[in-house]
Ligand binder design. Structure first.
Ligand code: CP
Length: 352
């Protein structure tokens, strides 16, 4: 049984296969219309969603399957104190594959430990969002025709932006990909993402607070929302929320073949006057989500398992994860585990 918790659970060859399959599904949808007849997707959304939840639902229905689940924690027995483990154990018995979104970082790892069906991480707190990255990769393939030799600007909330973390993990594996990381200092990329994906892969990057000066060099500009729901201080959010607003006048110096992407939802960070620019690809990007998720469901339901090594960490007596958003701080009955560098195995944050 295979899970998708982190985008790196997929090799680059598997990603190419998913992109090819999604493209074929787009061209020949009828061929796949009965591929999941009799299968059920468990759709467990403990946090709000429009695109991810509905595109998973659409994906399973388009494959001839059915969907059950909930779209807010408040309508599940979580309100009575049920753990993630117990919830997922139950839904495993009612479905063939589970897509789950949870506000706690590492929740899908806890789920994958007890599930008897494949678990797909549909977003865990400010940590990872691998199926958004698959959507992003399909978009990059369609619009740029390659994954290598790209300058990618990522702008906005790089601290809490889970789509950013997964996109960097994925794109840092390709040749000559350079990142321009554009954010206020307070919302810069976490060390664990830099260490695990940029330093380890020898990937070139620069950090800047200035969007306008970065734009001319970019092949892709990936805008992101400032994640209000992750801030511990309302005052800090109010101060930072409109740090970047992309509008038509800021695109005057941009490349003619720039791709403007955004995982959506947007708030103010892309003015609506950009929507009519042919370089604005964010609505196509959301549309591609249905087809890449169809491809992913087919792959996970048809693939044999590999060993899941994520929980190979060791307990460190007296230590617990300091990340207030980590699942290990709230889930009952799980061990607090850390890797050899002192990082929590659930949320990847350093303890010291
Ligand atoms: N991109 C994305 O995850 O959107 P939703 O929150 O609407 O699912």
């Amino acid at each position: 049984m295979r899970n998708l918790v982190n985008i790196l659970d997929l090799s680059t060859e598997e990603i190419n296969g998913l992109v090819t399959l999604a493209s074929d599904i787009m061209e020949r949808p009828k061929v796949y219309a009965d591929s999941c007849r009799g299968k059920i997707l468990g759709s467990l959304f403990f946090e709000p969603s429009t695109r991810t939840r509905l595109s998973f639902t659409s994906a399973m229905m388009s494959l001839g399957g059915q969907v059950l689940g909930f779209d807010e924690a408040g309508s599940s027995s979580v309100t009575k104190g049920e753990t993630v483990s117990d919830t997922v154990r139950m839904v495993s018995a009612y479905s063939d594959i589970i897509a789950m979104r949870h506000p706690k970082e590492g929740a899908p790892i806890v789920a994958s430990e007890v599930a008897t069906v494949p678990i797909i991480n549909a977003g865990d707190g400010g940590h990872f969002h691998p199926t958004q990255t698959l959507t992003d990769l399909l978009t990059i393939h369609k619009k740029k025709g390659r994954f290598d030799n790209l300058v990618i600007g990522i702008c906005g909330d790089l601290k809490y932006g889970r789509t950013v973390h997964s996109l960097i993990a994925a794109m840092s594996r390709y040749e000559n990909v350079r990142f321009v990381l554009i954010s206020p200092e307070e919302l810069s990329l976490p060390d664990y993402v830099k260490d695990d994906h940029l330093f380890t892969g020898g990937c070139e990057y620069v950090e800047t607070e200035n969007l306008e000066s970065a734009i001319p060099s970019l092949d892709i500009l990936y805008m992101t929302r400032i994640q209000a729901e992750r801030f511990e201080s309302r005052e800090q959010y109010e101060r930072l929320k409109d740090s970047y607003v992309l509008n038509k006048s800021k695109l005057v110096m941009a490349k003619e073949d720039l791709s403007i992407m955004h995982p959506l939802p947007r708030v103010n960070e892309i003015d609506v006057d950009v929507d009519s620019d042919e370089r604005a690809h964010y609505f196509d990007q959301a549309m591609y989500g249905r087809y890449i998720r169809m491809a992913l469901i087919l792959m996970l339901l048809g693939t044999e398992g590999i060993d899941d090594r994520r929980l190979d960490g060791k307990p460190r007596p007296g230590k617990s994860c300091h990340n207030p958003h980590c699942i290990s701080r709230t889930e009952r009955g799980i061990k607090k585990l850390f890797d050899e560098y002192g990082k929590c195995v659930y949320c990847d944050q350093y303890v010291e």
